[in-house]
Design a protein around this ligand. Structure first.
Ligand SMILES: CC(=O)SCCNC(=O)CCNC(=O)[C@H](O)C(C)(C)COP(=O)(O)OP(=O)(O)OC[C@H]1O[C@@H](n2cnc3c(N)ncnc32)[C@H](O)[C@@H]1OP(=O)(O)O
Length: 421
């Protein structure tokens, strides 16, 4: 593995164990948090980072930029997991911005991911304009609704699901036992979902608490179907707002809600919207086509209060990415994929049907020319090639090719990535 040559006299390289505290300080500085570094954080990082995948830029021995990646699995359309290079903790200290340090760290990491055989790289972008230039495209979107419970039209006498299932309050121990298996089932049916490690469950149930990140123990509920199978799990916290007239005006904020059946999804949303005293429910990050508004007799009670790009994907291997997913339509498409970084561009013939896709290099004339970032936005099924063509971001080399691409690549339900990393 060769490093991108230094143009600035600043070293970009994997950090050593001894450099972890300085790297944490630089990371805090880049994210505009207090530069103070605690022993607890050093211990936590020492346990959880892979040094060879934790990059720093060093100017006169001081860390001035940070970058970290780790192994992740991303669910493709149809439920197969593809190996992903998850990028996180990207910072460049303000004194060293716009000197190409991010560019060098990214080139180093993506080259290593390609060499390892990862199919895609993923990240969550702090700001939209940063990562398109590196071949990433937004592949999932998140919507947050705020439900005005007083106008949902829900029956105030609702006292649990009427399908034979039940909703039970559980505690963090139960969640750590039941959650991982439920999430594994979700991963097999929901494209866009990423794997959750044991550490994720510990962090998100308060077993691991990081300095500077306050923890409020949430309420946890599970939905069990009539046969006792756990099909859904929700975690929510409540504030303590009361009106001046001493009336409870509580907002419930959903931290996590995963369900593997529509019955579980329905029961958990109706439960959260029916807790006495709760007048407002904040949904947290949901897919834009989440059922929530339409589960309410009056969907206008659910107002969209945030909408933003979610998971960004960088395809590292076009052939394996297109062969990993399934297709709702049948047809053939020749794609000219432009990748200025030279990691995976070329001309590919995609033959798709209900049995899967085959993708082979070809010299046939292209139907559609598109950048590798645009392919990422289409790959998870969310974006429309017709829309991108209207924006001038994909070129039709054959009239009607964008419609064919939509018939093959788009999915009935939108992808969703509920997690932060
Ligand atoms: C996955 C995550 O961790 S997301 C978190 C990202 N981190 C942050 O937002 C923390 C605050 N910001 C920073 O640390 C830095 O500004 C970074 C990491 C965003 C950019 O680092 P830099 O070293 O300045 O980037 P670099 O010099 O390599 O810039 C490469 C190109 O991207 C452009 N660019 C970089 N950041 C931005 C931005 N925020 N908005 C628009 N363009 C940007 C540069 O102008 C440059 O363009 P050019 O090639 O046309 O000249």
């Amino acid at each position: 593995m060769t490093f991108v040559p230094a143009r600035t006299g600043i070293d970009v390289r994997p950090i050593t164990e001894a450099e972890i505290p300085d790297w944490i300080r630089a990371r805090h500085t880049g994210f505009l948090r207090s530069p103070e570094v605690s022993e607890a954080e050093i211990a936590d990082r020492s346990r959880n980072i892979v040094l060879s995948r934790t990059l720093g830029a060093f100017d006169a021995g001081r860390c001035v930029a940070t970058f970290r990646s780790f192994a992740q699995e991303l669910t493709a359309v149809g439920g197969a997991a593809v190996p992903a290079d998850a990028v996180s903790n990207v910072t460049v200290t303000a004194t060293h911005r716009r000197r190409g340090l991010l560019t060098r760290m990214m080139a180093h990491d993506l080259a290593a991911a390609k060499e390892r055989g990862d199919v895609v790289a993923t990240l969550l972008a702090a700001e939209y304009p940063i990562y398109g230039r590196f071949g990433f495209g937004p592949a999932t979107w998140n919507t947050e609704w705020t439900v005005d419970v007083t106008r949902t039209g829900l029956d105030p006498r609702w006292s649990g699901p009427e399908d034979g299932g039940r909703v039970d309050l559980v505690d963090g121990d139960d969640v750590r036992k039941l959650g991982p298996e439920l999430h594994e089932r979700l991963r097999r049916i929901q494209h866009g979902v990423i794997d959750r490690s044991e550490y994720w469950w510990q962090l998100n149930t308060g077993v691991v608490r990081l300095p500077g990140t306050p923890w409020t123990e949430p309420f946890y509920v599970v939905y069990r179907a009539a046969d006792g199978t756990v099909e859904g799990l929700a975690a929510y916290v409540c504030d303590e707002t009361w009106s001046e007239a001493k009336q409870p005006r509580i907002t419930a904020t959903v931290k996590d809600l995963i369900a593997v059946t529509p019955a579980a999804e329905r029961a958990l949303w109706l439960y959260v919207c029916s807790v006495d005293w709760v007048v407002r429910v904040k949904s947290g990050r949901r897919a834009p086509d989440d059922l929530l508004p339409l589960l309410l007799p009056d969907p206008r009670a659910a107002a969209v209060t945030a909408q933003a790009d979610g998971l960004w994907v960088r395809i590292l291997d076009v052939r394996r990415a297109l062969e990993a997913r399934t297709y709702e339509g049948t047809g053939t498409l020749v794609l000219e994929v432009v990748d200025p970084a030279g990691l995976t561009g070329g001309r590919f013939r995609l033959q798709a049907s209900a049995d899967g896709g085959s993708c082979t290099p070809t010299t046939e004339g292209a139907d559609l020319t598109l950048g590798v970032g645009e392919l990422a936005t289409l790959w998870l099924g969310d974006e429309s090639a017709v829309r991108l063509a209207a924006l001038g971001r994909v070129q039709e080399e054959r009239a009607g090719a964008a419609r064919v691409a939509d018939a093959l690549l788009r999915t009935s339900r939108r992808p969703w990535c509920p997690d932060l990393f």
